[in-house]
Ligand binder design. Structure first.
Ligand code: MOS
Length: 735
């Protein structure tokens, strides 16, 4: 199995650089019409009247689709509400407005500019209701959040006794803001009907989810829908669900009897397609003087919309991270007149580690114990709430190696003790964690008459390296050079794969590719032995092997023939196999998680309060890293997101009308190169074979966890100012 783990350059890299990689909106479709989504300008109420006459008469306009004339859908368009793909959508089935920026009409025209202009002519009269936009005011009537298959609230041991046993306490509230994903590629859909067959080019993390959800929402058979998405320009969770525009594009295409393209404008990325909800997190930690935790309490409020519940499960980290005898956590939801929030890179763990890992730093300060020592003192040898053993955990090594690489032993524990010129320098650390997820996946591996090998799966590549690891695993299993493999994905007619969310694609798909490659090879050897015209006819299967693209007698590299010779003699047809891989049967016996340690160095300007991240060192235990290059790149990307989380990102809804006021990339701040110092990422590299046959756990999300707290802790160490809300901005450090 060479190739596995090697820093292989992404196989689709060249196509991307030369502009051959086509994203959803870029497909050339004859007779294409252009749709523009019109969204509400109020947050709560109903549409009283929509004056569409001027828009309808504008040049090039094919149709103005509104709640008054949109086709009625089965069950009011709610026939397919099964997250992650199926969500409660706004499909012009009624006159109600639940949030500002909600889709209320679609204008379809010959050109994009004609559609945009006509959309500007729509006049809407609303009956306005006062919107609910005050998060804190909703705490009194908040309802319990959900937690997948686990209970929303958990409790181990006696909270009061555990708290009383503590000699030192940290009791604080931590805040994180509403954020929006903002991948470079906005959401986009091209919908095309051929009779009753619908083809969608969609920017998505989940082609089979789009297929099923769109079909069921429209009330047509699943197999009447084909979804194509060879490239996704970033997802981060917002493209894990089907949002309104996808179904609206299909409805629009039907209505004008032409293919229709609908691309969201950047401001439309702030509301109708999810976002990370704001959280209010109350944490109480109680510990003995020696640092032993006696109780942990973590109560979370997060907002949701008025139409659907989404829980940001920030308390999950407190359930798993430290060996406290008492752990009590809760999740509550506050419905607001905002777009429904959704999964955003490490939903729960990103916000949860921001709070918990600052709290742990505060506890270490109170106890005058080194923050790493405090974490080791409370090291969880098994899952502290489920009591299950971990499938594999090497977090201790992450702490040790991270501290060494960062130079932690040289740290003066006293805050505000180091200055360089005009800047206060601080070092902070935190723990990273994310669950290891895996679902059933399937893949095809096929020998082609051309001499090439196809590996295909109905999966997605969000820019993360899915193509590359598919090719690597196929090549490694068949013992062939990588350049002989053609990896294909992003077509719902290919063997089914799960949503590329929850950091599960590699761990789900790689075993399926491995199994398909083995089966295809076995099929080839069997056919060779059974073929009367073959030089190896009648040879026992155990005597045969596949080497350098040839079927040979074991140990005789020049015997037998190339697989292309076999195919040529047998009608020049491809020969391959489809195989599925399921999560291991013993997976339920274990608690499956990835781990990491993150160390940050910041510099804070004494007169401007401007914080800068100078360097971050992170060491992760993620099992086998399938590709050192794309894998580390993902982890680095996660850390960059964490810097954004800590210092930059926040969507600001106007308190009266619920419109996100900074709904653009100029004012929704994300880190740029100048904001990111040196990032040193490494992995422990011990395979987790109890979880996955290749030993791999996911890496898409763990990078953002812990790192934002490490930055916050470093800022405290630099300045002596403990900031408990993100983003940490200069004004807070000057105050
Ligand atoms: Mo990720 S937020 O599970 O797409």
């Amino acid at each position: 199995m060479t190739l596995i783990g090697e820093p292989v350059t992404r196989v689709e890299g060249r196509a991307k650089v030369v502009g051959k990689a086509q994203y959803a909106a870029e497909f050339q479709v004859p007779r294409l019409a252009y749709a523009v989504m019109v969204t509400s300008t109020i947050a709560n109420g109903r549409i009283e009247r929509m004056d569409t006459l001027a828009a309808q008469r504008a040049e090039g306009v094919l149709k103005v689709m509104t709640p008054a004339n949109a086709p009625r859908l089965p069950q009011g368009g709610r026939a397919a509400v099964h997250p992650p793909a199926g969500r409660v959508l706004s499909l012009l089935q009624d006159n109600l407005v639940h949030y500002n920026n909600q889709p209320i009409a679609v204008v379809i025209a010959e050109t994009l500019n004609q559609a945009l202009y006509a959309a500007s002519l729509l006049r809407v009269r609303y009956q306005i209701q006062p919107p609910e936009l005050n998060f804190k005011a909703g705490f009194a009537t908040a309802h319990p959040g959900s937690h997948g298959k686990d209970p929303a609230n958990i409790s181990t041991g006696q909270l009061a006794a555990g708290m009383a046993a503590g000699e030192v306490k940290v009791d604080q509230v931590y805040l994180t803001p509403l954020q929006n994903h903002n991948p470079m590629e906005p959401h986009a859909t091209i919908a095309e009907w051929n009779g009753d067959q619908l083809t969608l080019h969609d920017a998505t993390q989940y082609i089979s989810g789009v297929k099923q959800t769109v079909a069921r929402t429209l009330g047509i058979p699943d197999d009447n829908v084909r979804v194509l998405c060879p490239f996704t320009g970033g997802g981060f969770g917002c493209k894990g669900s089907v949002w309104s525009h996808v179904v609206l594009a299909a409805m629009a295409a039907k209505a004008v009897d032409r293919p229709v393209r609908l691309v969201l404008e950047r401001p439309q990325m702030f509301g109708p397609v999810g976002g990370r909800p704001q959280t209010w997190q109350h944490i109480v930690l109680a510990a003995k003087r020696d640092g032993t935790l006696t109780a942990m309490q973590h109560d979370v409020y997060s907002h949701t919309s008025e139409i659907e519940d989404f829980t940001e499960p920030s308390s999950t980290v407190t359930r798993v991270l430290y060996a406290s005898p008492v752990i009590e956590t809760s999740q509550r939801l506050v419905p607001l007149n905002l777009g429904t929030p959704t999964f955003q890179r490490a939903p729960g763990e990103s916000t949860g580690t921001f709070a918990l890992e600052i709290a742990m730093d505060e506890l270490a300060c109170e106890l005058k114990i080194d923050p790493i020592e405090l974490r080791i003192k409370n090291y969880a040898e098994k899952d502290p709430t489920s009591n299950k053993p971990f499938s594999s955990k090497h977090l201790r090594e992450c702490y040790t190696r991270g501290a060494e690489r960062f130079g932690w032993s040289r740290r003066n524990p006293k805050p505000r003790s180091t200055k360089e010129g005009r800047e206060w320098i601080g070092w902070g650390m935190a723990t990273a964690t994310y669950p290891a997820n895996r679902s059933s996946a399937s893949a095809l591996v096929q020998f082609e008459p051309s001499g090439r090998i196809t590996v295909a799966s109905g999966s997605q590549d969000l820019g993360t390296g899915t193509y590359t690891i598919m090719a690597q695993v196929a090549a490694a299993t068949l013992n062939l050079p990588l350049r002989m493999i053609d990896a294909k994905l992003g077509d719902s007619t290919m063997p089914k794969s799960p949503v590329s969310g929850g950091s599960q694609t590699a761990a789900s798909l790689a075993p399926a590719v491995q199994a398909a490659a083995k089966q295809a090879q076995l099929k080839l050897l069997t056919a060779e032995a059974g073929d009367a015209g073959s030089p190896l006819h009648g040879v026992a299967l155990e005597e045969l092997e596949f080497q350098d693209g040839r079927i040979i007698r074991k140990g005789q590299p020049n015997s037998g023939e190339a697989f292309t010779a076999f195919l040529a003699r047998n009608g020049n047809k491809p020969l391959g196999a489809i195989a599925s891989a399921q999560p291991s049967e013993t997976a339920e016996q274990y608690s499956n998680h990835s781990w990491g340690s993150v160390f940050a160095e910041v510099a804070v300007d004494e007169s401007l309060g401007m914080p800068r991240v100078r360097r971050i060192t992170a060491v992760y235990d993620v099992g086998t890293l399938l590709n050192e290059k794309t894998g580390k790149s993902q982890l680095i990307g996660g850390i960059v997101w964490a810097v954004g989380f800590a210092l930059h990102e926040a969507s600001h809804p106007d308190g009266r009308v619920g419109r996100i006021v900074n709904n653009n990339l100029a004012e929704y701040h994300v880190p740029v190169n100048a904001d990111i110092g040196e990032i040193d990422v490494s992995v422990i590299g011990i395979p987790d074979f109890k979880f996955d046959p290749l030993g791999a756990r996911g890496i898409g999300e763990i990078g953002i966890t812990g790192a934002s707290a490490a930055v916050a802790n470093a800022i405290y160490h630099a300045t002596g100012k403990r900031i408990r809300s993100a983003p940490i901005t200069p004004d807070m450090l000057l105050a």
